[in-house]
Structure formats: C-alpha cells, structure tokens
Design a protein around this ligand. Structure first.
Ligand code: TGC
Ligand code: FAD
Length: 391
C-alpha cells in the first residue's frame, strides 16, 4: 500500500473553490486515517465497522446539499461530488453508505416530505443517529421498477404494506427505509418504514464477492401497518424514485474517479519500483501505454464531472447527461482497475494493495443505480426520442 498522491493532470483543482478544497481535505484526511488502515481487513471479513457511519456524520458527509436548518451543510453539487470521490478512493462500500444516506434517504424526505417529516428525520440522518435504506429493486424487478409488485392497501387511518425488496444497501442496519410501493390504483408511492414495525424484517445478503465492506440485504413486508403520516405527501409516480436516482447516479459519476485514482496511483508507484530484466517495469513501452491511457481516461472523467456539477448547480442538468456520466465513468474506473491489476502481476491479486478490492466493488457499481446497458438505452432514447427498453 503506497501513500496516496492526488493526480490532476489538467489542473482541474483550479476550478474548485476554497470551500470545496476544505471539505475535500477533511474527507481525505479521514479516509487516510480511519479507512485506509482498516479497509482490507474489513472487506476480507465481510464487515462494515459501524464507527465509520458516526464519523462520516461528524464530518458532514451525510446530506451535504441539505440546508443547514435540517442538519445538512447547505453545500453545492460540486462539494457533494468531491466528498463522494474521496470516500470512494477509500472503498466503494463507504461511498455507497454515504450515497444512500444522502441521495436516496435524505433527498426524498427533503424533496417530497412534509415539514414534520423533515424535522423528525433529517437532522438525525445527517448526524448518523439514524441510518436509512432505499427500497426500489425487487426479486422480480430490477431494471424495470415500474412493474414493481410491492403494494399498499388503504385501511382508513393506515396502509397495509406487503411485498419484498432485494439487494438493498444498509438494509440490515437501517433504522428507517424509504420504500416505493403501488397503491390500489397502481400509482407508485413513497413511504417511511421504521424498524420495529410489526411484520418488517431485513435479512442480510451474505457470501458476496463485491462490496464486502457494505451491508446488503432484503426488506420484507408482511402486512406491515404503516401510519398515513409516514407517506411522502409531495410525490406520486415512478418519477419519485427516479429523481432520487439522478442524485445518487451523479454522486457515483464523481465517486468512481476516486477508485480509479487509487488504482492508478498504486500502479504508477509499483511500476517505478518493480524491476524486471534489470529495469523498472515503468520503462517498458507496454506499461507506459497502460499508464498514459489510464491518466488520459481519468482526466476526461474529471473534466466531465466538473461540467456536470456546474450544470447541476445551475439547474440545467438533464437525467440523460447524468446517465452518460455514470456509465462512462464507471466503465473507465473498472477498466483502470483491471489494467492496474495486471500491471502489478501476481501482487495485484493480494490484499496488500487496494486494486483487486476496487475491481470487485466496481462490478456492483456498474450494475446498481441502473446497469451499464440501461444507461446506454437512456442515452439512445435521448438521442432518438425512441425508448428501446421493451423492444
Ligand atoms: P418511464 O415511463 O420512462 O418513466 C416513468 C416516469 O418517470 C419519469 N422519469 C424520470 N424522472 C426523473 N428522473 C429520471 N431519471 C427519469 N426517468 C424517467 C418519466 O418522465 C415518467 O414521468 P411521468 O410524469 O410521465 O410519469 O419509465 P420506464 O418504466 O419505461 O423505465 C425507464 C427506466 C428503464 C429508464 C428506469 O426505470 C430505470 O432507470 N431503470 C433502472 C432502475 C435502477 O436504476 N434502479 C436502481 C435501484 S436503487 C440502487 O441501485 C441503489 S444502489 C445504492 C448504493 O449502494 O450506492
Ligand atoms: P436485471 O434487471 O435482471 O438485468 C439483468 C441483465 O439484463 C443486465 O445486464 C441488464 O443490463 C439487462 N437488461 C435488463 N433490461 C434490459 C433491456 N430492456 N435491454 C437490454 N438489456 C436489459 N436497489 C435498490 O433499490 N436499493 C439499493 O440500495 C440497492 N443496492 C444495491 C447494492 C448492491 C451491492 C447491488 C449489486 C445492487 C443493489 N441494488 C439496489 C439493486 C440494483 O439497482 C439492481 O441490481 C439493478 O438495477 C439491476 O437489476 P437486476 O439485478 O434485477 O438485473
């Protein structure tokens, strides 16, 4: 494991404000001090140390874009991206925990919740007193959430919730879950389901080879009685969960650059040290090609997300632009992880270096928040005006 050195070939840092740099350096220091020394052991043991959640809450890594009156930091979209990038340099599982808490739990409560719901939940989510999960995917419906089967039936003063969600980050440790379910008219509604409600269970998904330092599980609802005041009042329809995904996918487009930078930094330093044929392997053209192409791809991704962030802050960003950036940057990071792994030879498969862990994590990141194929189809639809999802 080498000390981290940031790589910024096109001086993109000059485009960041002092506030962005301050938050970045706080998160970077935390990752270096708390995550880097422990992450390999945590991933090998399939374990996510709970103290990281509390520490992220203290750092301001949860809900950085939520106004301070609700416990957030009231920062802009670029600050959120910078935070996600530093966290994912540590591990995609750490970024996942922060993505879910910020974009998939705090965002819908802030955007679609009542004033009372905001006051009740947001400050406690920001400080990590409460941990949240987001339930959209089901056993029979992943890419096509519009066909979800989880449903609510109106019982007068409450709803009865039945169904199941699968592959849910933070499910086994969550205090609350934002759950998307259809009402009797087939309209998608958002509900805040609380741990302890009778009939609500959260079994853990085990034996994963990816995101091992992250809790994944199911949300199972067996006649769960959900009070009507737990329904998000200001949203109806599938666009509710999809709006949350826009925020999380945006964060991933930034985040994966952190994983790519960590792999590139490791490959560069190793190639300068490792001697074969009496020369550092960095002196061979084939290895220089790998390194040069990695840095080119990282630089393109850095510029892409900076512009994406500007568009988001100016209120001009489109969901299709976010899809393009998520798809491009995750593939870039996965390619760099695979190339870096080869550059380290056999050492690349060990836990002495972070590369194999990043590579396995990115196999989930390329699937969740919309698969690589689905994001291509979103771009295709945006270009042609023709949806090809069910053709
Ligand atoms: P479609 O008919 O196209 O759309 C339904 C309604 O939604 C609107 N809409 C959007 N609104 C906001 N943002 C977007 N990105 C939107 N995309 C569509 C649309 O305008 C329409 O509105 P209205 O008012 O006309 O009703 O829906 P469809 O059923 O054909 O599906 C479209 C598709 C395939 C693109 C979409 O369903 C999709 O994105 N599928 C992928 C599913 C996905 O990404 N799941 C992610 C689950 S959460 C997760 O993975 C968390 S990982 C967390 C971690 O650990 O980091
Ligand atoms: P499927 O939809 O069954 O897709 C299988 C394959 O078919 C893919 O290659 C896909 O691209 C392809 N395919 C599907 N439809 C089409 C089409 N129309 N055209 C061409 N190809 C198509 N979900 C949540 O709701 N909340 C979470 O917190 C969450 N966390 C996750 C954490 C992890 C570690 C993982 C792995 C997943 C998580 N997910 C979560 C679920 C994730 O969003 C889904 O896995 C993802 O949306 C894909 O759904 P699926 O796995 O059912 O694949």
């Amino acid at each position: 494991m080498y000390p981290y050195r940031h790589h910024d070939y096109f001086l993109v840092d000059d485009l960041l404000s002092d506030e962005h740099k301050i938050i970045r350096s706080a998160v970077r220091d935390w990752v270096n001090q708390s995550v880097v020394p422990e992450i390999d052991e945590a991933a090998q043991r399939h374990h996510f140390p709970g103290k990281w959640l509390k520490e992220m809450g203290e750092l301001g890594a949860f809900g950085s874009f939520i106004p301070s009156r609700y416990g957030g930091a009231g920062m802009d979209a670029i600050a959120y991206g910078v935070i996600m990038q530093e966290l994912e340099r540590g591990d995609s599982g750490i970024r996942s925990a922060a993505s879910v808490q910020s974009s998939l739990v705090m965002y819908p409560i802030f955007e679609f919740g009542s004033e009372e719901q905001k006051q009740t939940y947001l400050p406690r989510l920001a400080s990590a007193e409460l941990i949240g999960a987001f339930g959209l995917t089901e056993p029979n419906h992943g890419s096509d959430p519009g066909r979800m089967e989880t449903k609510i039936t109106d019982q007068g003063d409450h709803y009865l919730l039945n169904g199941a969600k699968m592959w849910i980050t933070n499910a086994p440790i969550a205090d609350i879950a934002i759950v998307w379910a259809k009402d009797e008219r087939g309209i998608v509604r958002g509900l805040i389901v609380e741990r302890g409600m009778q009939g609500f269970t959260t079994p853990e998904t085990v034996r994963k080879w990816s995101l091992r330092a992250s809790h994944t599980g199911e949300l199972v609802f067996d006649n769960v009685r959900v009070p009507k005041e737990n329904v998000l009042p200001r949203i109806q329809g599938l666009k509710g969960p999809l709006m949350c995904l826009n925020s999380a996918r945006y964060g991933i487009a930034w985040g994966v650059i952190g994983a790519a930078l960590d792999c590139y930094n490791t490959a560069l330093q190793y190639s300068l040290e490792r001697q074969q044929f009496d020369r550092p392997i960095a002196s061979f053209q084939l290895q220089q090609k790998k390194l040069a192409e990695m840095l080119t791809a990282i630089t393109q991704a850095q510029l892409l997300v900076w512009r994406l962030g500007k568009l988001k802050d100016e209120g001009k960003v489109t969901p299709a632009q976010i899809s393009m950036a998520k798809r491009n940057n995750v593939e870039m990071a996965l390619r760099i992880a695979r190339e870096s792994r080869q550059l380290l030879g056999a050492m690349g498969i060990t836990g002495d270096f972070p590369i194999m862990r990043h590579m396995m994590n990115l196999e989930s990141v390329i699937t969740y928040e919309g698969t690589h194929d689905i994001h291509l189809l979103i771009t295709g639809m945006d270009i042609t005006g023709i949806p090809a999802f069910d053709n």
